[in-house]
Design a protein around this ligand. Sequence first.
Ligand SMILES: Cc1ncc(COP(=O)(O)O)c(C=O)c1O
Length: 393
Amino acid sequence: MFTSRTNWPLDPNRFTRALEEHRRSGRQLLDLTASNPTACGFDYPREEILTALADPRALDYHPESKGLLEARQAVAKYYDGRAGFSGSVARVNPEHVLLASGTSEAYSHIFRLLCEPGDEILVPAPSYPLFEFLADLADIRLVPYPLLYDHGWQIDFVSLRAALTPRSRAVMVVHPNNPTGSFVKAQEAAELAGICAPREMAIVADEVFLDYGSMPEPARTFALHDAALTFTLSGLSKISLLPQMKLAWTVVSGPAPLVQTAVERLEIIADTYLSPGTPVQLALPKFLALRHALQAQVQNRISANLSVLDAALRQASLLTRLDREGGWYATLRVPVTGTDETLAVSLLERCSVLVHPGHFFNFSKDGFLVLSLITPEREFEEGVKRLRKFFDH
Ligand SMILES: Cc1ncc(COP(=O)(O)O)c(C=O)c1O
């Protein structure tokens, strides 16, 4: 009765079972994977958020397929003054912005635009795991290309080129990547365009963590990239710490005729659903304006947690942290005494500390654990202390 595309293994894995058991036991859990910003103790301007949602115009319905113009203008403004990777585009055109109810929806629309069933999208590994389900639902195949770690992360272009087939339709980048925290470098963006443009492939750039860089120079955006057809995705969930508002967007850039066709077709897909609600679209300019104060809190939290982590690691003989350039996560290199899953389960059972095993993010080998740096500080400090003891004994 049911499709093969939804025939996912539904049995909980060992890690999930251990977590459920721990929760049932009622013991306190130190959750170092916390990444829901609304549950991490940040100080939200509650009144301003609620007032922004109470615009009287929200009582009327005037749907626009790409999203309300004033919301798209606010998105375009978000990119003002940022550096792009290539070309002469200085500003994002609001007509090339499409709103969606989340980046997942935006991804689905792009996959439907670009791919016939069975077509392939190249995705970085390690990276964010949700893509697997999106791909199944869109009847496409994800083909991983490795990111290599050698004093920082870089794209393995030899492997990426070897992974290309006549069915490759796009290369995806997460900029900065989750969980490695690495940004795509300017020469890498140029090389990607050199691969994609002649093969009529697109670049799909996930920039939800763009504002969380820790380098001195501002991060470049793909939204101003015109050397190949490029879809840049972002949204309120990370930028303004408002995942519950369910508002994200796609910016289309690239050679003008391709952009025009892509926007026309995406507009029809968007019009078929008209997903984002009016109140949140009207509130978008305000929510984007609030981002600076919210992001400052996140940056402070990340710096504080990183200092605690690094201080603990200086006393640990067996643990190191991989270099990162941004994002919300830290990756630890740990001894390979078993699989990452076994390690994460032991940490949970013996120390009540929850971390992500590396395989959750598609690390190519064991020996990696991922921690969320937006975890509330006291919990993070205690969790890291226990983690260090766990490995030192
Ligand atoms: C790389 C990446 N993209 C997208 C998302 C989800 O964004 P949204 O809430 O807009 O769907 C996440 C969430 O963690 C993420 O890590």
